[in-house]
Design a protein around this ligand. Structure first.
Ligand SMILES: [Zn+2]
Length: 178
């Protein structure tokens, strides 16, 4: 009885040993699976880390780009503002020039009118001088001439006196144009 029991016990122990071995193998196998899984996750983590760094670097470069664009935009805005001011300044200067031009034009017109008036007067004077010469030393005309204070040939513009008509004519042509 005792012997059988001992034998049985030994058999049980053998069986238990086999079971434990199987369990150990199973655990080893599981452990290896976990190791593989952990290694896989580590690799994935490394890949994600690299991707993260890459994205971070891209984000930084994009941020720098935005700052650069902002600075350029600011610069262009300032230039536009300056151009607008310059344009306004030029426009007001142009108005001034326009006024000056109109003024000069009026002045030139007035001078032309004055010249025409002087020309007419000169013609009158020449006519008068001719009459004087034609009537020689006729007392009456000479009297009138002296009375009107218009002796010989005088430039109606600058009042320079000349000995004869041709000298006066030569002078007047230049004097009126000056
Ligand atoms: Zn003159």
């Amino acid at each position: 009885m005792e012997r059988i029991s001992l034998h049985d016990e030994r058999r049980l122990l053998e069986q238990e040993k086999i079971d434990l071995n199987e369990e150990k193998m199973s655990l080893d196998h599981q452990s290896k699976l976990y190791d593989d899984c952990e290694r896989g996750l580590q690799n994935e983590k490394k890949v994600l880390q690299v991707r993260y760094e890459q994205l971070l670097s891209e984000t930084n470069s994009l941020r720098q780009e935005i700052e650069k664009k902002n600075a350029e935009f600011q610069k262009i805005t300032n230039q536009l503002l300056q151009s607008t001011e310059e344009m306004q300044l030029l426009r007001s200067q142009l108005l001034l020039y326009e006024e000056d031009f109109q003024h000069e034009k009026k002045l030139a017109e007035a001078l032309l009118e004055e010249k025409n008036k002087l020309n007419t007067e000169l013609l009158k004077q020449i006519e008068f001088n001719k009459q004087l010469q034609e009537s020689g030393s006729s007392g009456k005309l000479k009297q009138t001439s002296q009375h009107q204070n218009e002796p010989s040939a005088i430039c109606p513009k600058c009042e320079m006196a000349f000995q004869n008509l041709s000298d006066l004519m030569t002078h007047v042509d230049r004097c009126l144009d000056s």
